[in-house]
Design a binder for this molecule. Sequence first.
Ligand code: S3P
Length: 191
Amino acid sequence: MTGMDNIILTGFMGSGKSTVAIRLSYKMKMVLEDTDRRIEKEQEQSIGEIFTRQGEEAFRNMETDCLKSMLEEPEGRILSVGGGIPVREENRRILKQLGMVVYLRIRPDTVYERLKDDTTRPLLQGRGQRERIALLMEERSPHYESLADFIVDVDEQQMEEVLHLIDEAYQAWREEKESAERTQNNEDTCD
Ligand code: S3P
């Protein structure tokens, strides 16, 4: 069985997943889902409140549940997923099933510049932000990279170019997927 047909946007906090997702959903006329927004809506609390009241582990379980439910939903969507999701092996397996995984790769310095005054990311509050970003990035980069079907370096790219690259990659990915499905069907009929 082949996987589902969605575009999944992954990457570190501040890499621009949410903005790219909105713009891409207009450009490609695809419905958009965002795991953070969905969890906030379901829990009727902000991510910050969930971390404070229930703790990070509870939030991570909500993320996994959210991904699992996406497996049961219609495809053809853009799924923007929280920056910590690819850390869990189980999540990586689900993301692979959900569709084409795009990694918006960004340098730690750019993240710092973008998020130094942000108050909505619990993992980046308090002192030592620069070091925390560098450490988390080092820890997570191998997961983001091994998971990705397509990587875009976003630091110096114009938004239009980022959208164009993802669009192109998606068309190529779909052709490959369809061809693999045709081969599979032929093999099944020949058996
Ligand atoms: C997190 C990233 C956040 C949000 C939460 C934890 C992480 O989402 O899920 O604050 O662990 O990297 P964004 O990547 O959309 O900022």
